[in-house]
Every structure is written in structure tokens, then in C-alpha cells.
Design a protein around this ligand. Structure first.
Ligand code: HEC
Length: 443
């Protein structure tokens, strides 16, 4: 029965029954409410999830309606100019203030400029890439701690930005989750489901941006670029510069997948698929050298820009799944007249169960790897990438550090949302010991 109810919800979102094969489309600004899988369907469902991811991507990068945060301008097409829907969502600095004060509860309002590290009024859909300590938006995500930085070939650090849609933002505000003291207490013994769960339709975004300084005109054209107010970590000065989108995570809580659906996109020039591949890459110098096994860079102290880059390569052990690559080609063709043709889906990770994948997964199921695709769950022997090279650069070889499995460690306290656990006042996000270099070891 529960299956039926979900099917109705999912099919309603599609305006009909789920097709037996996904039908690609880039003409809708509507975020899919759920994955749509015909029932019964017991084979590998990757095509349906990847189609969901692409539709979600199109909805997130759709031009926003003027002055309306989170609302798409349906009079425009996906390739039209202007701030994108995801850029108008609420970013971390608008929610988690340094002094623990309450954010403006109006989703559509702009938060006071004093709350960001540049004290900048970014305007509607504006992007501010800055943190008070200069490393919060530069360190890569570890298990609730900050790891080393990622330097592109132009010597600039990749910068991270997290945003929430209205559904998720309003629950954070109503429950005062911007205060650590308001976060749900995890009872002992641990329950099977988190005491608090975000509502269906909650969306969280993590974007990776890069200063495109030094890029030729023809290279720049392959990136979605825009102005952003960016704090230089060395001088502490803020300036408006041109940044390009290098990576995008989209996660949504859906009726059928209470462990969220995890979608991740990269710009296509990010890194080669094998060592020695010829080309111009954002994160690889185009010579046959290997990728270091560990991040060679320290987060504290952070080297000044231009910093010394290293080469990133997609691991042959975790290539983009063949079926995902086919879906990518289909969507890239549909997006041929837009900059979005230069983006690719790396992975959709979703909670998996044995048997009919069209049925919703029980909320009691955890997010550990044996419950994910890709992972080590039933029927998932097929290889797939599960790390975004611009965001989880060194996690390619560790399935226990797939999206859902790493975020599972934040499940009980914040329903998988690491940033809530990290940034609720007082913030609790320290660099891992391995990325702090003692002054004596400074080179
Ligand atoms: C090693 C652990 C780890 C892995 C693997 C990981 N993340 Fe995260 N992720 C984090 C942490 C920690 C944060 C919060 C960083 C902060 O506080 O600013 C985060 C933030 C996010 C956010 C913003 C919302 C939130 O939960 O805070 C999204 C969305 C996200 N990650 C998606 C993904 C996707 C998609 C993948 C897989 C491709 C992934 N993550 C893999 C640790 C991880």
C-alpha cells in the first residue's frame, strides 16, 4: 500500500505514469519530486535515477524569476542569462551567524551584509565566497572536519558554497537549528530513525567555484561564469571577480528515498579519465604524471595564491558508470546551445534495497554503503564513480566515503546534513590534524 501511495506521488509529479524508459527533457524548470520508476522494476535502475538527476540539475540551473528567491522564471529557457535558481537559495552565512543570532526568517529577504565575511551586499542571487577564518570555504569536507585545499592549475583555490531551499531553510529557522543547543538530542540507545527529519522536498546544494583568472576566452566559454565577491585568503581583501562553476552537488529528500537522493555534477574539463590523457584540464597539468595518493597541501597555514597545484585523475577503479555516460551524452545534446552542455553527471547515489526498486525504502534503513548504489549493496557489482573530483578529490577509492555513507554519520543529529552539525552556533568545524602544519614544518 505504501508503495502505491508513493507511486501516485511520484507519478503526479510527472503528470502521468512513469514511462518504461526515461524520456529526456530539458524544457521543464520543475524540480522532480521523486525518481519515477515503473513498478515492478527489479533490474538495475540507474537510468531512472540518472534521468532524475539531470532533471534536477536543469531545475537548479534554470534562470531565477526576478526578485523571487528559489523560483524559476518559466518564461525563459534553461540557457537564458541571469542568476540561477540554486544561487538564490539561502547560503550558510545567511543562516548561521557568528553570534548565534536568529536569521531573517523571510526566505525571500536578503540577510544583512554584516553577516558575511566581506560585509558585502551581494544583491539578488549574489554569491559571496568568504569565511571569517579564511579556510572554512576552502578546506575539503572530511568526516565532520576540514581537509586540505584543492588548487587548480591556475594556482587558485577551489571555493565551496552551501545553500538550502525554502522547505529546508524554514525548518532550520522554526527549529532554531542555527543554535547548537537546539539540535535534536540523540537518545541512547540510538533509535532507528532520526528524532528529527527534514520534510520531503528539502533540497541542499553544494557548489564548487573557481576564479577563472588566466583562462583563455575559449576555455572560459565552457564554464558557467558569473561575478562573485571573493575573499582572498592571503590578504583577507574582498573583490568582485569572475568565477566559474566547477562542481555541483544536489541532494533532495523525497517520499521514496528518506535517505535523500545524492546527485553530483562536474564541469567536463575537470580532470582526465586516465593517467597521461592529453588535453587542457582544470585540475591536471596534462603531463603523464600521477595523482598524489594524499593531498600534499596544508590548510593551516594556507599557502598564498597562486599556490602550487597537483594533478587530479579520475581513478580507473571508479570510472563514471557506462550507463551514466550514455545519459550524459543524451542530455548534453539536448543542452547543445547552452553552457550546460559542458557539465556531466558523475554519480547519482541513492538508498537501495533488495528486490523491487520502485518501492520506497523504509525510513528505518541507514545510509551505510551496503544500502547505497553505488556501494556494495545487492546487485551493485557494477563499478561507478562516487566522488566529485572538485569536492571529494581524494575519496575515489573509499566506498565507505561515498556521499550517503559519509553523510550517514550526521544522520541522527541532523538528518544527514553535515553543515547543520558543523555550523550551528557555536560552530564546530576544525581542520583535521593531518592538514595543520606546525610552524616548525613550514616550508
Ligand atoms: C568524507 C565525508 C563526505 C563525503 C564522502 C561527502 N560529503 Fe558532502 N559534506 C560533508 C561535510 C562535512 C559537509 C559540510 C561541510 C561544511 O560544514 O561546510 C558536506 C556538505 C554537503 C552538502 C551541503 C549540505 C550538507 O549536508 O551539509 C551537500 C549537498 C553534500 N555535501 C553532498 C554530497 C554528495 C552529493 C557527495 C558525494 C558525491 C558527498 N557530499 C560526499 C562530508 C562529505
Amino acid at each position: 500500500m505504501a508503495g502505491m501511495a508513493w507511486c501516485l506521488a511520484a507519478t503526479a509529479a510527472w503528470g502521468g505514469t512513469c514511462p518504461t524508459r526515461p524520456v529526456r527533457s530539458v524544457t521543464s524548470a520543475q524540480m522532480p519530486a521523486d525518481v519515477c520508476i515503473p513498478d515492478p522494476f527489479v533490474d538495475l535502475t540507474i537510468d531512472f535515477f540518472d534521468d532524475y538527476s539531470w532533471r534536477a540539475f536543469v531545475a537548479m540551473v534554470w534562470p531565477a524569476a526576478k526578485g523571487q528567491r528559489g523560483v524559476a522564471d518559466t518564461g525563459k529557457s534553461v540557457g537564458a542569462a541571469g542568476p540561477r535558481v540554486f544561487e538564490t537559495y539561502k547560503s550558510l552565512w545567511e543562516i548561521f551567524h557568528d553570534d548565534g543570532s536568529a536569521p531573517n526568517p523571510d526566505f525571500n529577504a536578503s540577510e544583512a551584509a554584516a553577516h558575511n565575511a566581506c560585509r558585502a551586499d551581494a544583491g539578488f542571487g549574489g554569491v559571496v565566497l568568504a569565511s571569517k577564518n579564511g579556510i572554512d570555504d576552502i578546506g575539503q569536507a572530511g568526516i565532520g572536519e576540514l581537509l586540505g585545499p584543492l588548487v587548480a592549475q591556475n594556482g587558485r583555490y577551489v571555493r565551496y558554497q552551501t545553500l538550502y531551499n525554502r522547505v529546508e531553510f524554514e525548518q532550520i529557522v522554526q527549529n532554531k537549528f542555527y543554535l547548537r543547543s537546539s539540535l535534536p538530542v540523540v537518545p541512547s540507545p540510538r533509535p532507528n530513525v532520526p528524532v528529527f527529519q527534514f520534510a520531503n522536498g528539502s533540497i541542499a546544494i553544494k557548489a564548487a567555484w573557481l576564479d577563472v583568472a588566466g583562462f583563455s576566452r575559449s576555455r572560459r566559454k565552457r564554464f558557467y561564469t558569473r561575478n562573485a565577491i571573493v575573499k582572498d585568503p592571503g590578504s583577507g581583501k574582498c573583490a568582485s571577480i569572475t568565477v566559474g562553476l566547477v562542481g555541483l552537488h544536489i541532494v533532495q529528500k523525497t517520499p521514496s528515498r528518506p535517505q535523500w537522493i545524492w546527485s553530483s555534477f562536474e564541469q567536463v574539463d575537470t580532470a582526465p579519465n586516465f593517467q597521461g590523457a592529453v588535453g587542457t584540464f582544470t585540475l591536471n597539468d596534462g603531463t603523464p604524471g600521477p595523482m598524489p595518493a594524499e593531498n600534499p597541501l596544508a590548510l593551516t597555514p594556507l599557502a598564498r595564491q597562486p599556490a602550487t597545484p597537483f594533478s587530479v585523475i579520475r581513478s580507473a577503479q571508479a570510472p563514471i558508470h557506462f550507463d551514466t555516460a550514455v545519459t550524459n551524452r543524451g542530455y548534453q545534446e539536448l543542452l547543445a546551445n547552452t553552457v550546460w552542455q559542458y557539465y556531466k553527471l558523475v554519480v547519482t547515489q541513492w538508498p537501495l534495497q533488495e528486490g523491487n526498486q520502485a518501492l520506497p525504502v523504509p525510513a528505518t534503513q541507514s545510509g551505510e554503503i551496503f544500502h547505497t548504489f553505488p556501494g556494495t549493496g545487492p546487485g551493485t557489482s557494477a563499478k561507478s564513480a562516487f566522488a566529485n573530483l572538485a569536492m571529494e578529490t581524494f575519496d575515489q577509492g573509499r566506498p565507505e566515503l561515498g556521499c550517503m555513507s559519509c553523510h550517514n554519520q550526521a544522520r541522527m543529529g541532523a538528518d544527514f546534513m553535515w553543515s547543520v552539525l558543523d555550523h550551528a552556533y557555536p560552530a564546530n568545524l576544525a581542520p583535521a590534524a593531518s592538514v595543520v602544519r606546525e610552524p616548525s614544518a613550514r616550508r
